[in-house]
Design a protein around this ligand. Structure first.
Ligand code: XIL
Length: 369
């Protein structure tokens, strides 16, 4: 399974035979998980543009896969019909190529951060099914063609199903019905036959959602469409997901013959709050919802680390079907969770803390190899 640290050390020493003995190499996440799955991080533009050099060093040392946090979403990359903005996505892809990483494109068809023009005509009315199909095909083909041979795989459709198992009523669904999903996969495969294609969503542990995804993927496979992996985003908290359901979902998704990926892993350490909560009283907000602006208390930190360690055990138990685990960011200071589902909270959800130190549960694993 894992390359023991002693072997790494001997290798390091052997490679400097004749030279002065050096300290053993720092253990890395990508070595630790080398026999299990790719280990990735979502990159923001600060990192890519050199404005977060410590995060850049972490990514180059520890990760062998990257995904675009925002720069490939339709509102960023295709803000007006027929006008693409490539600069950011090009730099992201160049970064991955230069560092020899498995590059993941995120995401082609998604209702959120959707370019406003996409589903409507010049009067603001919904476009016809034929027009939307043509726009989807053009969007998917243009982007995938540009990065052909460089991007390993794409989140083709993101967040299509609600937690209760119903189809999310996105503009794509409202205009094309369920068919928009297989169509997107067909266009993607035509655009780059060598690219892996993924479907991706959150709350993938939930049984009602799980059943629908298993059926959807089996139906697409029965039609002969390519789909390589089911992405479980893996946004977690101190009281969710139910780990038994999470593990059952990994098994159920693998039963389709697809790989499973944990695509956006993080774990909120703060009180769970509903997305719709709108707290205007700042005292209530601070005491209830942003309680640890100066650091997570030790007992909570221990609990967070124990939960992350349990998740890691589950992932390793299923490493035969899990092909990639990607953290949704690098360090706590840059996580989207500082602003979601509430703005301005001090969150602690990632593998590295605000001082760029690996969190204890993972540091222990790396040092005990
Ligand atoms: C988030 C980004 O991290 C934020 O910077 C942005 O403001 C909103 O989107 N599910 C997804 C990701 O598939 O694309 C989202 O990323 C987080 C939830």
């Amino acid at each position: 399974m894992k390359t023991p640290l002693i072997a790494l050390t001997l290798l390091a020493l052997a490679s400097c035979a004749g030279k002065q003995a050096q300290a053993p190499a720092e253990p890395t996440l990508k070595d630790y998980f080398a026999d299990d799955f790719l280990i990735g991080a979502a990159l923001n533009m600060d990192l890519i543009n050199g404005l977060d050099p410590k995060a850049d060093s972490i990514v180059r040392l520890h990760f062998n896969s990257i995904v675009a946090e925002n720069c490939m979403k339709s509102q960023e990359i295709h803000p007006e019909e027929g006008r693409y903005y490539w600069a950011a996505a090009d730099s992201f892809v160049d970064y991955g190529v230069k560092n020899d990483m498995a590059i993941i494109g995120h995401t082609l068809i998604w209702h959120s951060q959707l370019a406003p023009w996409f589903p409507v005509d010049s009067t603001g009315a919904k476009v016809s099914p034929d027009v939307l199909k043509e726009r989807m095909r053009d969007h998917i083909t243009t982007i995938m063609t540009r990065y052909k041979g460089k991007i390993k795989g794409w989140d083709v459709v993101n967040e299509a199903i609600e937690d209760d198992g119903s189809y999310r009523k996105t503009p794509f669904y409202e205009i094309l019905g369920e068919e928009y999903i297989p169509l997107a996969f067909q266009y993607a495969h035509e655009a780059d036959p060598d690219a892996e294609l993924y479907i991706n969503d959150y709350s993938m542990n939930k049984p009602a959602k799980r059943d629908v995804y298993v059926k959807l993927v089996n139906d697409m496979k029965a039609k002969g469409l390519r789909i390589d992996a089911i992405g479980m985003q893996g946004h977690m908290g101190m009281d969710y997901p139910d780990f038994t359901d999470f593990e059952k979902s990994i098994e159920a998704y693998a039963s389709t013959g697809c790989n499973v990926m944990i695509t956006e892993w993080d774990m909120s350490a703060l009180p769970t709050v509903s997305r719709s909560a709108n707290i205007s009283d700042s005292v209530v907000y601070n005491t209830l919802f942003n309680p640890y602006p100066d650091g997570l208390p030790a007992d909570l930190s221990d609990h967070w680390n124990a939960r992350m360690d349990s998740v890691t055990n589950i992932l390793l138990r299923h490493s035969d079907v899990i092909s990639r685990v990607t953290a949704w960011g690098t360090h706590d200071g840059m996580s989207w969770k500082n602003d979601f589902p509430m703005k301005g909270r001090v969150e602690y959800p990632l593998l590295f803390d605000r001082d760029y130190r690996l969190k204890p549960f993972m540091a222990r694993r790396l040092n005990q190899q």
